[in-house]
Design a protein around this ligand. Structure first.
Ligand code: CA
Length: 243
């Protein structure tokens, strides 16, 4: 079974050599890496690949880095490390409104970059968790672990709650059964991915208007599940790491 619980990093960088170097080194460090060569692709993958961290170049063709960052921030608290050659932009970047968590000026050493990446991922794990998830009429309070659907309290088991929270946290992204199994049940769990299917079925009975035609938790055949609480224009189903 693929127990892929590696932290997921999305590199948005239009310089091919730098993109390749970053990707190679981050993979060597044990991260799962996705890449995008322009702003539009970057925004799509920020939504579809559910990254745990984004490395964002500011000067991008298509959609510039700061606009991309604003769009990402409307939906996600994912840590963003900005890569920039423009020292003149520092004030804008580190200003609170940009939404960047940290920045690094080109040229930088790989050692420094990796240290920043590790620090941001660590910080995100300890503090960066959103406390309330809300979409598609569902609201999950991650602190009290209470869930409501259109204002009505839902009676979810702890595993159902965690599963729904994981799907909602990565809305629009396809999460594989194995990824869900690892994240919700843990590495040590003895069982198989049908456990996920069973819990999804129970969840659907509680949250779907018609559980036989689910809208909120959609099945992506051969891969896993995707939460769709609000409409989107981009849907990327491939879960493969890109080359
Ligand atoms: Ca650039």
């Amino acid at each position: 079974m693929d127990k892929d619980n590696r932290p997921r990093i999305l590199i948005i960088e239009d310089e091919p050599d730098l993109r390749k170097t970053l990707k190679m080194n981050l993979k060597e460090q044990g991260y799962k890496v996705f890449t995008a060569a322009d702003g539009q692709e970057g925004l799509e993958k920020a939504r579809s690949k559910a990254p745990d961290l984004i490395l964002l170049d500011l000067m991008l063709p298509g959609l510039d880095g700061l606009s991309l960052l604003r769009a990402v921030r409307q939906q996600s608290d994912v840590p963003v490390l900005v890569l920039t050659a423009r020292t003149a932009d520092m004030d804008k970047i580190i200003g609170l409104e940009s939404g960047a968590d940290d920045y690094i000026t080109k040229p930088f050493s790989l050692g420094e970059l990796l240290a920043r990446v590790r620090a941001l991922l660590r910080r995100a794990r300890s503090h960066g968790v959103r406390e309330v998830l809300s979409s598609g009429g569902l609201t999950l309070d991650l602190v009290s672990r209470r869930a409501t659907l259109n204002g009505k309290e839902l009676n979810l088991s702890p595993k159902e709650f965690s599963l729904l929270a994981e799907l909602m946290r990565h809305e629009h992204a396809v999460l594989s059964r194995d990824l869900l199994l690892t994240r919700i049940w843990g590495y040590d769990f003895v069982g198989d991915s049908r456990t996920v299917d069973v819990h999804i079925r129970w969840l659907r009975e509680k949250i779907e208007t018609d559980p036989s035609r689910p809208m909120l938790i959609q099945t992506v055949r051969g891969i896993g599940y995707r939460f769709e609480g609000s409409p989107t224009t981009t849907t990327v189903v491939d879960e493969d790491e890109d080359e």
